[in-house]
Design a protein around this ligand. Structure first.
Ligand code: GLC
Length: 800
């Protein structure tokens, strides 16, 4: 055990006793005798903000992470002064502030269990190197505590026993446990004694987290500058913790256009035009669904952003239009580095308007990226963001590009040693001028935000689609993301699975990996297994560096092509299910991918599981991540499940062996679920959807399912023109009842539902629709338990 004195010797300083206390509605200030101020803001009954200053003054309150749309307001607030503590009580939490040392303990208001306990609590170290304080917090790690979240860390899902750093970093061919990599999301969830809470350390400097690594009973976090400024978010359900964090840092500003949830094909690089056309034609020839085709850096003239290589792409507008007629949306890459070239319009504009980042002593920040020496726009300046947004006019409005892929926005520089800007580079930080030490982690986020603004402006009323590599907390409001330059290895398939789940647990659901691996080349088996996982990631794209061979679905022989096609088709069938999950995410902040621990935190069997996850609410997915597998063992969470492939019924709460030859992967459907499916389309909108299939999985008991729909693009849905159907299933020994509740004014194109009744334990002889008896023989199709009924039924009784 390290004592305060030992740490003090190492230069740490601690708050001492409280000398004054001040309350201004929901903001409480506690000041200590040595001038430390703890400012507590009651954001909600379950969300409390803690902010510490060592000088009794606070800097202007500004955050890129927190959204102005965050919910605020509480039902109950009481502050009491006791002998040793100040006690703050909300409807959900009781918080004790120790008068002697400013340490904080937080309890569940209902059952008074201890949730969070300051070990040393807040302390700091003056740093000559950084010209400020290193601000630190340490808390006791509780018995059996587990930790989740923290963005894209390629490590075991449970962070316990590990230490991490957040410094957005270009990490070509990173590996398991490489740290830090592309994203900085300083938010984690702790779980102990069945209860879950979250901590969001909203500090953009280089931050560190230690989860009982250095000292077994301590979890700590600290930053090389800025404020100790964190939000404590209580559950006790982990779903609520993540939802509340997502509420605080923002849900995506709009639903994604449905086509963005289709399959995307990418490579570094498809060029010239004839090659692009050859690839897209092959998709259609083989009838493998695909919605998006990417142009990597070679489409540009000498890697100058917002230009086209006229030799490879003589008439981009025509090409983009032709691709669109075939259902392909064109997505182009845009990097932050602007080539230093006095004849290049974008460079000239940036220079004339002083939009580029400068070093502390005045000169422009110069660094080498793909085009050679570049200057870099300061995206933390709102004027620069507006200018940048304006640059998309031609690409989006005139040429018809449908999405933009922001890369290298860590920012990545090709010079060692630090591969990014030097610390002294200056940033506007939205009117709060600072050095790169503070702005680094948000640089990529602000670039993606500016890009988003451009797409929104010039693509309106279409919904913008942006992809970013770098991200800070809150970036999910503007953009989707991928996990960067991974490698075509089995280990990376494991990593991709963990990263996507972890990002979802960190409020960022629209995520996927480079399917098949970016660096090196997968064999057919690995590619097939990766596609099987990838079609269950919200963002689904094959991408490769292209220098180790081709990575299109048909490059690995017929057997693999068939498997890949089958799974991409399944993705397209499940689009209404995924879209509905997105709608939940947008409305409630619940992640689209749910790690087993989030799904059932009370079952300790889930705390160290990494592989299985729930896609949406009702589909259990477990990828095969080892070569030559004929199946695998997996943990079926508690409850009852149907094997998707053969409808075999199993009860959960145990490990099971599941067969899964190369053309299959373990998929289970929660009993009682009603899974909506579209017909297979080669791209979204190819077919008019006249009928939606509902796969109904019988349950003895009750289960709710949802089907959200709208125009699949545009903003009419925000004015009520959506269709939300809630299906309430009740199963009895000799009867199955489905009640439908409808909301929204959108009239869906489909008129009927084709119900496939699975697992019904009785022979159907009678059916009532809206209390009218129907002859089952007259409505059933294919001779099995399938029937077609009007989409607007309100109650359906299926009887023995
Ligand atoms: C980076 C990106 C990769 C891209 C390449 C060329 O490595 O991560 O996706 O293909 O740059 O633009």
């Amino acid at each position: 055990m390290i004592t305060n004195t030992e740490l003090e010797l190492k230069g740490n300083q601690f708050p001492n006793h409280i000398v004054s206390y001040n309350k201004n509605i929901d903001v409480l200030d506690f000041r200590t005798e040595n001038d430390v101020t703890l400012q507590i803001t009651i954001v909600r009954d379950s969300v409390i903000r803690f902010r510490y200053s060592t000088t009794s003054n606070f800097d202007k309150d500004f955050s890129y992470a927190i959204t102005k749309y965050a919910s605020t307001g509480y039902n109950y607030l009481d502050i009491e002064e006791a002998a040793e503590d100040y006690i703050i009580t909300t409807q959900k939490l009781i918080c004790h502030i120790n008068k002697i040392n400013l340490k904080v303990n937080i309890y569940d208001a209902k059952d008074k269990t201890l949730i969070s306990h300051d070990e040393l609590g807040f302390h700091w170290e003056e740093s000559y190197e950084f010209g400020g304080d290193i601000v630190k917090m340490s808390k006791t790690s509780q018995d059996g505590e587990s930790y989740y979240g923290l963005g894209d860390k390629p490590s075991h899902l449970n962070l316990k026993g590990k230490r991490f750093e957040n410094w957005v970093t270009d990490s070509y061919a990173y590996g398991k446990d490489t740290d830090p990599i592309y994203k900085a999301i300083p938010f984690y969830t702790g779980l102990h004694h069945g209860k879950s809470y979250g901590i969001f350390f909203d500090n953009t400097f280089r931050t560190f987290f230690d989860f009982a690594h250095e000292r077994k009973n301590v979890t700590s976090f600290w930053a090389q500058g800025g404020e100790m400024n964190y939000y404590f978010i209580y559950g006790p359900k982990m779903t609520d913790v993540v939802a509340n964090y997502t509420d605080l840092t923002g849900k995506p500003h709009q639903l994604p256009a449905l086509w963005t949830l289709g399959y995307h094909q990418c490579k570094w690089s498809y060029y010239p035009e004839s090659k692009v056309k050859e690839v897209t034609a092959k998709f259609r020839e083989l009838q493998i669904p695909c919605d998006a085709i990417y142009l990597d850096i070679d489409y540009m003239e000498g890697f100058r952003c917002f230009t086209w290589n006229k030799e490879y792409f003589p008439d981009p507008k025509r090409m983009v239009q032709e691709l669109l007629e075939d259902g392909f949306k064109t997505i182009v890459i845009i990097d932050p580095g602007i080539k230093i070239d006095k004849d290049y319009e974008v460079f000239k504009e940036g220079l004339e308007n002083d939009y580029f980042c400068r070093r502390a002593d005045g000169p422009y920040m110069k660094g080498k990226v793909w085009p050679g020496e570049c200057y870099f726009p300061d995206f933390t300046n709102p004027k620069v963001r507006d200018w940048w947004a304006g640059l998309f006019k031609e690409l989006i409005e005139d040429i018809g590009v449908k999405g933009v892929w922001n890369d290298m926005n860590e920012p990545a520089i090709m010079e060692v040693p630090n591969k990014t800007f030097p610390d002294d580079v200056r940033h506007d930080y939205d009117g709060n001028p600072c050095s790169h030490r503070k702005a680094h982690n948000v640089y990529g986020m602000q670039m993606a935000r500016a890009t988003y603004q451009g797409l929104k402006k010039f693509g309106y009323p279409k919904r913008p689609f942006v992809i970013t590599r770098a991200a800070y907390a809150g970036t999910q409001r503007y953009t989707s993301s991928w996990t960067g330059d991974n490698i075509a290895t089995w280990e990376h398939l494991w990593i991709a699975n963990v990263q996507a789940q972890r990002m979802a647990l960190s409020g960022f659901s629209f995520i996927g990996s480079d399917i098949g691996g970016f660096a090196e080349q997968p064999n057919g088996e690995l590619y097939a297994r990766w596609i099987q996982l990838g079609v269950f990631h919200p963002f689904c794209r094959t991408h490769s560096s292209g220098d180790h061979g081709e990575q299109e679905p048909w490059m690995f022989g017929e057997e693999i092509t068939a498997v890949v096609k089958k799974f991409i088709e399944l993705r397209y069938q499940l689009l209404p299910y995924l879209y509905t999950s997105f709608w939940h995410y947008l409305n409630e902040g619940t992640p689209i991918l749910k790690s087993l621990v989030l799904y059932d935190q009370e079952d300790i069997q889930t705390h160290y599981r990494t592989d299985e996850f729930i896609f949406g609410d009702q589909i259990l997915v477990c990828p095969i991540i080892e070569a030559n597998s004929k199946g695998r063992r997996l943990y079926l969470p508690k409850g009852n499940w149907y094997n998707y492939w053969n409808n075999k019924f199993s009860s959960g709460g145990k490990e099971v062996w599941v067969e899964a030859d190369l053309d299959s992967m373990p998929l289970f459907i929660k009993e009682g679920a009603i899974i909506p499916k579209y017909p297979i389309q080669q791209y979204v909108g190819e077919k008019e959807i006249n009928e939606v299939v509902l796969e109904v999985y019988y349950k003895k008991g009750k289960e709710n399912s949802f089907l959200y729909d709208d125009a699949h693009d545009g903003y009419d849905y925000t004015k009520g023109r959506f269709s939300l159907r809630t299906f309430k299933l009740t199963g009895k020994t000799n009867e199955l009842i489905i009640q439908q509740h409808k909301a929204g004014t959108f009239i869906t194109g489909y008129k009927t539902f084709k119900l496939k009744l699975i697992g019904i334990p009785f022979n159907i002889s009678k059916i009532q629709i809206d209390n009218e008896e129907i002859d089952f023989e007259a409505v059933k199709v294919n001779g099995d338990n399938t029937l077609i009924i009007d989409k607007d039924f309100t109650s359906l009784h299926i009887m023995q």
